[in-house]
Design a protein around this ligand. Structure first.
Ligand code: F6P
Length: 319
């Protein structure tokens, strides 16, 4: 193996830069040429490649976003798009590819390997924490810190005005961000796609709590559970006191990565290069019980990561 390439794809997540830096530096130190592919699979199809140097990744660990930029690339979903991508890899004599991204990006990587044989190593980079076979994905911890900080601020104004705030967070089909943020902020409820919500029961509980003197109320809603506007519609009349909606949006994907994300991304980036050098063909690097693991992408793709629902019960007990 002489040349490897690295790209970031799909929604960005804090820590992707630390992963790129580790891939580049461990790659160069291992005697490899490392190529950076810009704008994810779109750049792979267009051949937007540049050779990475030690200096080109200096000072990026603390930066949010991805220096290689990213995209959601429709063309890569087509066989014609992937044929162009494979041709570009061949032309640039790339022997192995590191893909940093979420479920869609890792699925694309697996298909590219199956169709063209190119060795692939995936790094799970997404704030959603919805990828099987890894305890954490790159960016999740920073995202949660951002969400917790925002909810804490909303709590101040909720208390002043004696209002309920319905806060929508990202996560696609996963309630991970919502549930963890609800626990970390002591929210009154988490509305998540994994558990159907009984609005009558929830409203009765909130009213009971208000009677007992609780003057603020935070309900964290996962976007995959129908969103904050929908939850507000279902609750407003039942609880009868003022509510406000706050949709946190893409702020959750930005910001300087936490120490946890920097370390996780760095370890995963280094392990990805080692995996390629060891001859792995189609794996993802995961974090299991604090250790780096290599898992076949076959075991990862198409499987839903289970949310620990005992934490939902805990959130209820604590609220
Ligand atoms: O997968 C990450 C994520 O931020 C999801 O939580 C969200 O649903 C989606 O990406 C938003 O994507 P986009 O930035 O393309 O609107």
């Amino acid at each position: 193996m002489k040349t490897i390439a690295v790209l970031t794809s799909g929604g960005d997540s804090p820590g992707m830069n630390a992963a790129i830096r580790a891939v580049v530096r461990v790659g160069i130190r291992s005697g490899l040429k490392v190529v950076g592919i810009e704008r994810g699979y779109c750049g792979l199809i267009d051949g937007t490649f540049k050779e990475m140097t030690f200096a080109s990744v200096a000072g990026i660990t603390e930066k949010g976003g991805t220096i290689l930029r990213t995209s959601r690339c429709g063309e890569f979903y087509t066989p014609e798009g992937r044929a162009k991508a494979a041709e570009q890899l061949k032309k640039a004599k790339i022997d192995g590819l590191v893909v940093i991204g979420g479920e869609g990006s890792l699925t694309g990587a697996k298909i590219l390997h199956e169709e063209y044989g190119i060795p692939i190593v995936g790094i799970p980079g997404t704030i959603d924490n919805d990828i099987a076979e890894t305890d954490m994905c790159v960016g999740v911890d920073t995202c949660l810190n951002t969400v917790v900080d925002a909810i804490q601020k909303l709590k101040d104004t909720a208390t002043s005005h004696e209002r309920a705030f319905i806060v929508e967070v990202m996560g696609r089909e996963s309630g991970y961000i919502a549930l963890m943020a609800a626990i970390a902020t002591g929210a009154e409820a988490a509305v998540i796609p994994e558990i159907p919500i009984d609005y009558d029961k929830l409203a009765a509980r909130l009213l009971e709590e208000r009677k007992r003197g609780k003057i603020n109320c935070i309900i964290v809603v996962a976007e995959g559970a129908g969103g904050a506007i929908n939850v507000a519609k279902n609750l407003q009349d039942k609880i009868g006191y003022e509510t406000r909606i706050s949709i946190l949006g893409h702020i959750q994907r930005g910001g300087s990565p936490s120490a946890f994300d920097r370390l996780l991304a760095t370890r995963m980036g280094a392990e990805a290069v080692k995996a390629l050098l060891d001859g792995e063909k189609c794996v993802m690097i995961g974090l299991k019980m604090g250790k780096m693991v290599r898992v076949s992408l076959e075991k990862v793709i198409g499987r839903k990561k289970e949310l620990d629902l005992s934490l939902y019960d805990l959130a209820l007990i604590l609220s």
